[in-house]
Ligand binder design. Structure first.
Ligand SMILES: [Zn+2]
Length: 179
């Protein structure tokens, strides 16, 4: 065992790996001063902020609200819903998306705004969705073949991304299941 460990350390320090190529991936984020957000986005942000009031987050005290604008101009909101069995809870983004897809299964989503506050204050920096939510949002974008603008609210600045793919480079999707 000790020999193996020493051998591994030797290899780690002495074997040079040849790099075939270095890939970089660029994402585009439009950064706005929050008070200067265009009206169409500001309205959705206000809905997301209001929705944080409906959050049930006694464990994290991290209250998140999401507001979706659909192709039929309906706005659907969701908030995070925690559970004493922690993994049973669900994020605001997925609550809103699944709710929208359940109510209007044939209607694409155009945009989603997300806001969060904790200890009575909205976050200064833009809130970003977790990995699981990014995957769910991507599914919707692919399902309806329509970009979903992502609006990430912060008190000082707000980020806008043109689509979910910007949030999830090297994503896994339906196409990966086809041989
Ligand atoms: Zn999430």
């Amino acid at each position: 065992m000790m020999f193996r460990l020493i051998y591994f350390i030797y290899l780690y320090h002495h074997v040079k790996f040849e790099l075939m190529k270095l890939l970089t991936h660029e994402i585009k984020i439009s950064v706005f001063q929050t008070e200067e957000l265009p009206d169409e986005f500001a309205q959705l942000v206000e809905k997301a902020k209001a929705q944080t009031q409906n959050s049930y987050a006694p464990y994290s005290t991290f209250n998140v609200g999401a507001a979706l604008l659909l192709d039929n101009d309906e706005i659907i909101c969701g908030s995070n819903q925690e559970n004493s069995a922690y993994p049973s809870g669900i994020c605001a983004e997925r609550v809103a998306m699944f709710y929208a897809n359940s109510l209007f299964p044939k209607v694409a989503v155009k945009a989603m705004a997300i806001a969060a506050h904790t200890n009575g204050h909205f976050l200064t920096e833009p809130i970003t969705p977790c990995g699981a939510c990014r995957q769910v949002l991507l599914e919707s974008e692919n399902r309806y073949n329509k970009d979903i603008k992502i609006i990430l609210y912060g008190v000082e600045k707000t980020y806008i991304l043109e689509n979910v793919k910007q949030l999830l480079p090297l994503s896994f999707g339906k196409g990966n299941l086809e041989l």
